[in-house]
Design a protein around this ligand. Structure first.
Ligand code: DAK
Length: 257
């Protein structure tokens, strides 16, 4: 049981909903700590094949870090808070299963950063994205200066971070910050439909492809291609590869179990 999260698993899909209704789901240290524990629970549960991260309630995904808690933190406490959160966001990113942020409202500061630590972002039409940190006299500290630039390019990342402009879901889609925009009502079903298209594929191949993309982004092309070649070889040793290719030749759907 969690105090700041709702957690459920249904049909192999885990859903974590950040649930701090009084602060539009702002992230305080206790919530981040629970989030880390919940990611561990997801990682351990072999029945979980995919993860959706969303915000409870109708209006907000996550409205950033909790300003009422941060205002009291010293520089030392701030650094500890950052290390705590960075570890958990990186753990989320490193999960071998597909993760989707269902962005159902405000995704500001740490909220936008949380969405960026997921593999894929699907937003409802009311979603609002932004990195307001420099307006508070700090900088994005949950990976925003790094992941945003990698996702949408340096120029656009600088524009969003330095101006603190908020953008809506359609603009986020236009610049590649989100993969899809849906109505509020269809958000979770759209996430589940995309998950379904991932889960029909070989789970080991999906995990290896995801890991190659993640690790390769931090390498030069030559080393990235070497990483890919090694990982490619690994997939040739699996039952999955045998089943996937045999199924094609037998003109049937692959059954990856
Ligand atoms: N923290 C605490 N409370 C918040 C909050 C937040 N981030 N966002 C909203 N709330 C609270 C409001 O104070 C209000 O509380 P009451 O007055 O009812 O007690 C309640 O939620 C409802 O909010 P509003 O009345 O403001 O609702 P509106 O619809 O009018 O506006 C809004 C919604 C999301 C546009 C607005 O609430 C807003 O601008 N919120 C703040 C957004 C923001 O600046 N977020 C923080 C970004 S900074 C770190 C690493 C990373 C970070 C920090 C540290 N380390 C390295 C240590 C990350 C920082 C951030 O995320």
């Amino acid at each position: 049981m969690y105090e700041h999260l709702l957690y459920e698993v249904a049909d192999g899909i885990a859903t974590i909903s950040i649930n701090n209704p009084k602060s539009l789901n702002a992230l305080d240290p206790a919530t981040i700590e629970e989030f880390g524990a919940c990611i561990d629970e997801v990682a351990k549960d072999k029945a979980v094949k995919a993860l959706i991260v969303t915000g409870a309630g109708p209006k907000s995904f996550v409205a950033g870090a909790d300003i009422s808690k941060m205002v009291l933190m010293s520089a030392e406490e701030g650094a500890r808070f950052a290390a705590l959160a960075d570890g958990f966001f990186s753990k989320l990113e490193a999960l071998p299963i597909v993760t989707i942020a269902a962005v159902n409202g405000y995704a500001l500061g740490g909220g936008c950063e949380l969405a960026m630590a997921c593999d894929i972002r699907i937003a409802s039409e009311n979603a609002i994205f932004g990195q307001p940190e420099v307006g508070l006299g700090i900088i994005p500290g949950f990976g925003g200066t790094q992941r945003l630039a990698r996702l949408i390019g340096k120029g656009r990342a600088k524009e969003l971070i330095l101006t603190t402009d908020r953008i809506d879901a359609n603009e986020a889609y236009r610049i590649g910050l989100v993969n899809k925009v849906t109505s509020k009502e269809e958000l979770i079903d759209t996430c589940k439909a995309m998950i379904g298209r991932v889960l029909k594929n070989g789970p080991f191949a999906v995990a290896v492809a995801k890991s190659c993309i993640e690790s390769g982004m931090d390498m030069d092309l030559k080393n990235g291609l070497k990483l890919e070649a090694d990982a490619f070889g690994l997939t040739f040793a699996t039952e999955e590869k045998k089943e996937g290719m045999t199924a094609f030749l037998e003109k049937r759907k692959a059954n990856f179990g």
